[in-house]
Write a protein that binds this ligand. Structure first.
Ligand code: MF3
Ligand code: CO
Length: 247
């Protein structure tokens, strides 16, 4: 967790706006019949045309500009010509944009056409988990207060929290300290300081919390095959409160 200068905050706001715009564009493309490969290529072009750089491309060897995770895939789905969206699916799109050396990170889960009530509720509750969490994100308070609030909201709704994946600091690097768990005790984690940028990202499973890593070394899926949702924003914490940079 590092205090940003006012000039750095200006660049993080711009990176955040580009990330938001790319996700909003992705949402317009999500329809039955499109492959996740096509989605990736179109969003990649959008990011570049808007003046940003897709930060995921080449990150630790990752081969695409977005992560496209369908149904039981939790995160880091590699886009593929073979994965074609169909009515009733849900797809989590996770992407990062770099602007003048500063990175923002955000994710949304979108419905493909008409989806079941159960999947729609999972998407909604995952988003609520983010907003419940940030109510507890305050300078001078422990990060564990946010973690705990996310876990309580997910479990109250009968869902489970993935343990292996977490939020993180974000700024000059995609992943900076601290690790921000989506579960845990209120008294855990470091004390929040002012003028920091953090990626808060609940990943919530409809069924059990356990996950598998796919053989491609990236994709993470639920062990029970039930759907999972993701909702992430990059936020700026100041003494006046939380500013969400990617909405
Ligand atoms: N955006 C992801 C995160 O939340 C990272 C994606 S991994 C990458 O941390 F390789 F695709 F970049
Ligand atoms: Co992230």
């Amino acid at each position: 967790m590092r205090t940003l200068t006012p000039a750095e905050i200006v660049l993080m706001r711009k990176a955040g706006a580009l990330t938001r715009d790319a996700l909003n564009y992705a949402e317009t493309l999500v329809k039955p019949g499109i492959s996740t490969y096509e989605l990736d290529k179109l969003v990649e072009k959008f990011i570049i045309d808007s003046g940003g750089t897709p930060s995921c491309l080449g990150y630790e060897g990752y081969p695409a500009s977005i992560c496209a995770s369908v149904n039981e895939m939790v995160v880091h789905g590699i886009p593929s010509k073979e994965v074609i969206l169909k009515e009733g699916d849900i797809i989590s799109v996770d992407l990062c944009v770099t602007y003048k050396g500063y990175i923002a990170d955000a994710a949304r889960t979108f419905p493909v056409g008409r989806i079941s009530f159960e999947k729609a509720k999972l998407i909604e509750v995952t988003k609520e988990c983010f907003f419940e969490g940030i109510k507890h994100l305050q300078v001078g308070h422990r990060l564990g207060e946010l973690s705990h609030a996310i876990q309580v909201h997910a479990e109250k709704n009968g869902y489970s929290v993935v343990r292996e994946l977490a939020g993180h600091g974000v700024g000059k690097e995609m992943h900076e300290p601290p690790t921000i768990c989506n579960y845990g005790k209120e008294t855990s984690g470091p004390m929040v300081i002012e003028n920091v940028t953090l990626a808060i990202e609940p990943m919530i499973n409809m069924g059990r919390k356990e996950v598998w890593l796919l053989e491609d070394g990236w994709g993470v899926i639920t062990r029970d095959g039930k759907p999972s949702a993701h909702y992430e924003n990059t936020v700026l914490v100041t003494k006046d409160g939380v500013e969400i940079l990617t909405i």
